[in-house]
Ligand binder design. Structure first.
Ligand code: FES
Length: 174
């Protein structure tokens, strides 16, 4: 399946790579646009290898960039994203409890928690992806959670449940 997808994407990837040729910070732009090509908002291994080959940038350097920026994904993402801040200020204000709450609610296993901390965790129905971030830069508002790009402050489990249900209801009313 990955091979078939790569055959389709090569033309688009070539377009993206030539668009950024010689531009400062071109790798970031290439990766951002390449990620947008995928309906599940992630950069597949084959895509990274292809970019490395065409740009002469080592795959290891590409990985360094991807893992530095939270908006790049190495795994398929769900329709909605929930990002729980795990920085010191948010941790002190019990952000781990928020993460545990989501893990239980979505039926993940306890051992999956490490995936949410390291990369991302997506529900089986592909509706939600849960991730963590080192700091949103909004420490005074701790604990902070981002849902579908919107930042929510002073989060509680109750508030989080209402926001996530609201996201689902909005979608089903469309
Ligand atoms: S530690 Fe959470 S926003 Fe800074």
């Amino acid at each position: 399946m990955e091979t078939a997808q790569m055959n389709v994407d090569k033309i688009k990837l070539d377009e993206i790579i030539s668009r950024y040729r010689g531009a400062p910070g071109s790798l970031l732009g290439i990766l951002e646009d390449a990620q947008k090509l995928n309906p599940h908002k992630y950069l597949a291994q084959g895509v990274l290898e292809y970019i490395a080959e065409k740009t002469n940038i080592p795959v290891s350097k590409i990985y360094n960039v991807i893992t530095f920026y939270a908006f790049f994904n190495l795994k398929p993402q769900g329709d909605h994203s929930i990002i729980v801040c795990r920085g010191t200020a948010c941790h002190t204000r019990r952000s781990k409890n928020l993460l545990d709450y989501l893990i239980n609610w979505f039926g993940f296993k306890e051992e999956d928690l490490a995936d949410a901390e390291k990369s991302s965790l997506t529900t089986k129905d592909n509706k939600f992806t849960v991730k963590t971030v080192a700091c949103f830069g909004q420490c005074a508002l701790a604990p902070v959670v981002e849902v579908d790009g919107n930042i929510y402050s002073h989060m509680t489990e109750d508030k989080l449940r209402k926001i996530v249900k609201g996201v689902l209801n909005k979608k089903s009313k469309r």
